[in-house]
Design a protein around this ligand. Sequence first.
Ligand SMILES: Cc1cc2nc3c(=O)[nH]c(=O)nc-3n(C[C@H](O)[C@H](O)[C@H](O)COP(=O)(O)OP(=O)(O)OC[C@H]3O[C@@H](n4cnc5c(N)ncnc54)[C@H](O)[C@@H]3O)c2cc1C
Length: 344
Amino acid sequence: MSLLCWEEDVNLRQYNTFNVDSIARYLVRIRSTNDLKDLLASPQFRDLRYLVIGGGSNILFAEATFDGVILKNEIYGIEVVSESENNAVLRVGGGVEWMSLVTYCIDHDLSGLENLSLIPGTVGAAPIQNIGAYGAEISDVTLSVEVCNLETGEIRTMSKDECALKYRDSIFKHALKNVFISSVTIRVSKAQFHCLNTQYSSVQDVLQQQGVTTPTIRSVSGAICLLRRRKLPDPKILGNAGSFFKNATCDASLCKTTMKAHPKIPLFPGPDGFYIIPAAWLIEDCGWKGRQIGKAGVSATHALVLVNYGGAQGREILLLADSIIKDVQTKLGFQLIPEVNIIR
Ligand SMILES: Cc1cc2nc3c(=O)[nH]c(=O)nc-3n(C[C@H](O)[C@H](O)[C@H](O)COP(=O)(O)OP(=O)(O)OC[C@H]3O[C@@H](n4cnc5c(N)ncnc54)[C@H](O)[C@@H]3O)c2cc1C
């Protein structure tokens, strides 16, 4: 007999870092793959719309209601699958908080995740947009991902290649939207065999200011936490979902015309001959940084971050995002694409 509890008429405000209200018809907490089997066997589930959530830090509930079932990932546990002289393989439950995993690794002298310190959310959501920061991405350590197909019930392990992890993208945003990620298996290095990634000048500056001459995974993590706290609003104080938009890209020929029209535009070489234009620059150049419309606005410290100043509804934040997209397109000719998952 299924022990799943179907909570009814649940306000999702506490389950999304934008802190917007949206009433879900049902919420079910998934604590194991057996719970998933029970869920799929339940007649109630069959005709319902569903949405898997972790920490709700990359979601905007645009509507006042969600007429379906929210599947909240609460599969916990970190298991050491194998260990060698220079690395360890960890299988991590999808519901584990990302920063708990980073802390676990630092405490056990395991490196590879320190540059991803303080990214909110859960381990299960991390491959979906291939989380990244300060020159690192989860794809650097991912070995495989265990998924349950919510249409067929099949549980299988996907290799890293099958996940098609790219810049804020993966197969889970396209052909495989109907899966529940139950665990992620990663390979992390023993600290003495790891080459620290301190290529970002801001990280080097903090380490220097702190008098760190020989950086360690702990000191690099500490420097990154400090930088993030300085730059990004804390969702517990000011609702937000981090970067709302992805960086824009252009090919070499568009790059030339763009440079002519906007000589100050920053362009960085990206993969496959494309160039990357920081979305924050585009938004700031169009005068949106720090602007507030009603209860929603653009952070004054980071132009990529849209914020809820208190009591904003999802629709208001979405309207703000749409206005920014139109303005950047009209003035600079670039189409901004949301990084945040908009639930309508
Ligand atoms: C202040 C702040 C800073 C941030 N900084 C960064 C950053 O530096 N780099 C970065 O990459 N991201 C960043 N983010 C975005 C966010 O932290 C990541 O995208 C994170 O991985 C989202 O995890 P979550 O558990 O909150 O996912 P949720 O928001 O709950 O879900 C995100 C998406 O994944 C789906 N999903 C969630 N869990 C599962 C699962 N187990 N199986 C299948 N689908 C699932 C959801 O349906 C949804 O579509 C930031 C967010 C905030 C608020």
